[in-house]
Design a protein. Structure first.
Lengths: 386, 283, 129
């Protein structure tokens, strides 16, 4: 089936070429990074995790969101999602591979990555995150492969795939929970040490992921004969709405606990994020933008009229994705390090090479999504004949 | 033919993966040495450091000598004007910063701005060893030192994230160019690994004191075994008021800071009394 | 066979490229000289273990030393040949005698295209011995 990704029209190949150029640029920067060191990024002694790990954290959520399509369809027989499940699973595959790539480029000694498997450490959440992500990748590859190849042959999928699909549901929840556990068990970082971190991660994942899925489905519908169906899109939009409401509620809970208790250790991180600390306010405009986008998103999505109209729905989904990307992909990780355990404020701005490498990984993810979606659509005979 | 070739390739792939998987299953190392929750045992040694702040004052050359002794002995790079890449095993900051969670507003005169040596606390319940995914850092059973294995470290920096004291540094680039005089008997590190104070375990193995302790001539830093009731560290802790950094987090740090009024030194070491000026300098 | 022309041509090209070290060497005539190791000039004639053992096992021995010193905290190595006790250290023991890295260590490593990363960290002594 993979050969189906190698046949395409002009638009297709132009898009692929563009992605390859971005990947190439990132590859050059990455080569510089592995020979010179992570000094080419904006990270420093106090801010040791930056853009790379923040992207990883955000994308784990996107990967987990496949469950929002799989669960209704397989557990509750919600037939409307029938055409969407493969898209969700393929998105999950691309997202997990992007996660692993972001971790790989963030490591000081990527040549020693096998040490994580050669010396398994059961008390380290990072070990379990590796296990969870690897397992989730295998699950999704297996499930999507079996489903699609059976669809191609016009057969029903084998019985043994059903329990594996069911397994992927709690597994999806677990990948984002264990990623939250990386942060929420650290006495050293009061900004992250909150029980609500894992629920908050999941809520934002189940808003951002399906929002992206809606956008992707609509793009695919525009370019091909594929139509997920109005009901599927609308149901996903409802899921995004509730998840976003929950996420905003959780954020409000965090803000209340920190600000009402007025404990400096907690207040300072929020102060840094939204107002700036000691003149360092790089993130403040972004955080307010995230807030504005969240409000815009909810205004559109809560109102059924604007949620049902596809033009406004698209705006809403973009607003959700943008708001949550800023929240997790920019704010959450950096703010854990400012101020430092000694109360110092350090500036962190990702450097151009750092951003280029990150863009290359995103391009790689888009490449995987493009290729896999192309295969799925070819199998279904839904590519436009142009 | 199509189906058979596919099945063959599937079988070959699975066999290769299986063979690789089986050969990589090794018995895990004895978990005893990586137990990050080991309590202070009555047997064995539990090393600790007591820093007598009464004997340090602003402008004191001893601080620099301690830092220099450590950094020279261990080939710690000096990124002089490059704070982004800074690597340090021991350094000093003022007292209010070292204990900033105390949120001092009013403080005894002599403590204002007092230079305070900061280093890895070699905690008894270290959060850094708990998070390391490869056991490249672990707590030694035999003496409580939180040790580093620079061959195994993958540079994920999770231990730095978990340390509440900012004790650890990462090699963002190759440290060698930034080392002025390399001490040949001790290795340097490579770019991409985390490093920190190791309580001079290589010196302890040769029966020597830690480098920073050695340059002290008046017990400004005292080092010893907490499990030995007759050790100097135990005596000091029994007689003087000592605090530890962020002790409330449960990390059980083993670097203690004596904060008694320097005038108590009159009783024990009159020659070493630090002058406390009445209504004197403000930080 | 489908595309037989392309496949066979491709296979031939691949076999030629993959075996190139062999026929290139045969063509250029003669085999390169074995590396000449400069032995210690500080008078020492006895290594930690025998020459044959060290030739075959020094990599594993050094890995063992690494784990013993760093992870177990033990530093004394008892030679199985002589029973003597040595300090397990590349820089201090091995390179005390084999102090000329270029003419001892590198001679074989370059010949066999091996680049061990020991000296990224461990300091080689200055000056030839």
């Amino acid at each position: 089936m993979l050969e189906k990704a190698l046949a395409g029209n002009r638009t297709y190949w132009t898009w692929i070429a563009f992605l390859l150029v971005v990947i190439g640029a990132g590859g050059v920067c990455w080569f510089w990074q592995i020979t010179t060191g992570l000094t080419i990024t904006g990270m420093s002694r106090d801010v040791v995790w930056g853009f790379y790990i923040a992207q990883f954290t955000f994308l784990v959520g996107v990967a987990a969101s496949a469950v929002m399509v799989v669960l209704p369809y397989y557990l509750h027989n919600y037939k409307a999602f029938g055409k969407m499940t493969i898209l969700g699973e393929f998105l999950a595959i691309a997202a997990v591979i992007m996660c692993m790539s972001f971790i790989f480029v963030d490591m000081g000694r990527p040549d020693r990555i096998m040490n994580v498997f050669l010396h398994p450490t059961l008390h380290s959440m990072m070990f379990w995150d590796t296990v969870a992500l690897s397992g989730y990748l295998v699950l999704n590859i297996l499930i999507s492969r079996v489903s699609l190849s059976c669809e191609r042959r016009g057969e029903a999928p084998p019985k043994w795939i059903k329990p594996i699909i069911i397994l992927s549901i709690p597994w999806a929840v677990s990948i984002h929970t264990v990623t939250a556990f990386l942060y929420s068990g650290l006495a050293a970082r009061p900004f992250w040490m909150t029980a609500i971190l894992a629920p908050r991660f999941l809520a934002s994942a189940f808003a951002a992921g399906p929002a992206l899925l809606i956008l992707l489905a609509l793009i695919v519908r525009k370019l091909t004969n594929f139509d997920p169906g109005k009901e599927a899109i609308q149901k996903l939009a409802e899921i995004v709405t509730y998840a976003m409401l929950l996420n905003v509620f959780f954020v409000a809970m965090e803000v209340f606990t920190a600000l009402y208790s007025d404990i400096p250790e907690h207040v300072h991180h929020f102060q840094f994020l939204y107002l700036g600390l000691e003149g360092n306010n790089t993130l403040a405009p972004w955080m307010w933008l995230s807030l504005v986008l969240a409000v815009v998103a909810l205004v559109i999505l809560v109102n059924p009229v604007t949620r049902r109209a596809e033009t406004t729905l698209v705006v809403g989904c973009v607003a959700v994705f943008g708001s949550l990307w800023i929240d997790k992909g920019l704010g959450m990780v950096i703010a854990g390090f400012v101020p430092s355990p000694l109360g110092k404020v350090t500036q962190y701005v990702p450097t151009l090479p750092e951003l280029t490498i990150s863009a290359a990984i995103y391009a790689g993810g888009l490449l995987i999504v493009t290729a896999l979606y192309k295969i799925a659509l070819e199998v279904r005979g839904q590519m436009k004949t142009q | 033919m199509d189906g058979n070739r596919r099945d063959f390739l599937k079988l070959a792939g699975l066999t290769a993966v299986g063979a690789a998987g089986v050969s990589s299953i090794k018995p895990t190392e004895a978990q005893a040495s990586t137990d990050s929750h080991a309590e202070t045992s009555a047997e064995g040694v539990r090393l600790a450091m007591v820093i007598d702040l009464r004997k340090f004052s602003k402008g004191d050359a001893l601080i620099d000598r301690c830092v220099e002794a450590c950094h020279r002995e261990h080939n710690v790079p000096d990124f002089k004007d490059d704070p982004k890449n800074e690597v340090k095993w021991i350094w000093s900051d003022d007292f209010e910063t070292a204990f900033h969670s105390q949120e001092f507003h009013f403080i005894r005169e002599d403590l204002k701005g007092k230079p305070t040596l900061l280093l890895c606390n070699h905690c008894d319940n270290p959060p850094c060893t708990r998070v390391c995914p490869t056991q490249a850092t672990w707590k030694r059973d035999e003496d409580g030192i939180v040790m580093m294995d620079w061959h195994r470290c993958i540079g994920c920096r999770y231990c730095i994230v978990a340390c509440p004291y900012g004790s650890r540094s990462f090699n963002w680039k190759d440290p060698r160019p930034a080392i002025d005089n390399i001490t040949a008997e001790y290795p340097t590190r490579m770019r991409g690994v985390v490093e920190k104070c190791t309580f001079c375990e290589e010196r302890l193995a040769r029966g020597l004191e830690p480098a920073c302790v050695e340059v002290c001539d008046n017990d400004e830093i005292v080092f010893g075994d907490l499990n030995d009731p007759n050790s100097k560290v135990r005596q000091l802790l029994a007689e003087r008021m000592a605090i530890r950094r962020k002790a409330g987090l449960g990390t059980q740090p083993e670097v203690y800071y004596i904060i008694d009024d320097p005038r108590t030194l009159q009783e024990t070491a009159p020659a070493a009394v630090v002058e406390v000026t009445e209504g004197g300098d403000h930080a | 066979m489908y595309d037989a022309g392309k496949i066979i041509v491709g296979l031939v090209v691949f076999v030629i490229l993959a075996t190139s070290p062999l026929w290139l060497n045969a063509l250029m005539g003669g085999s390169p000289e074995a590396p000449e190791l400069q032995l210690p000039t500080n008078g020492s004639t006895e290594c930690v273990e025998s020459t044959e053992y060290m030739r075959a096992e020094h990599m594993d021995l050094l890995n063992q030393w690494r784990d013993d010193v760093v992870r177990k905290g033990t530093r004394d190595y008892v030679s199985t040949t002589s029973g003597k006790v040595y300090d397990m250290s590349l820089s201090k023991t091995c390179m005390d005698c084999h102090s000329n890295k270029a003419e001892f260590c590198d001679a074989c490593h370059t010949y066999t295209a091996v680049s061990p990363y020991c000296w990224d960290c461990h300091v080689e002594p200055k000056g030839a011995n």
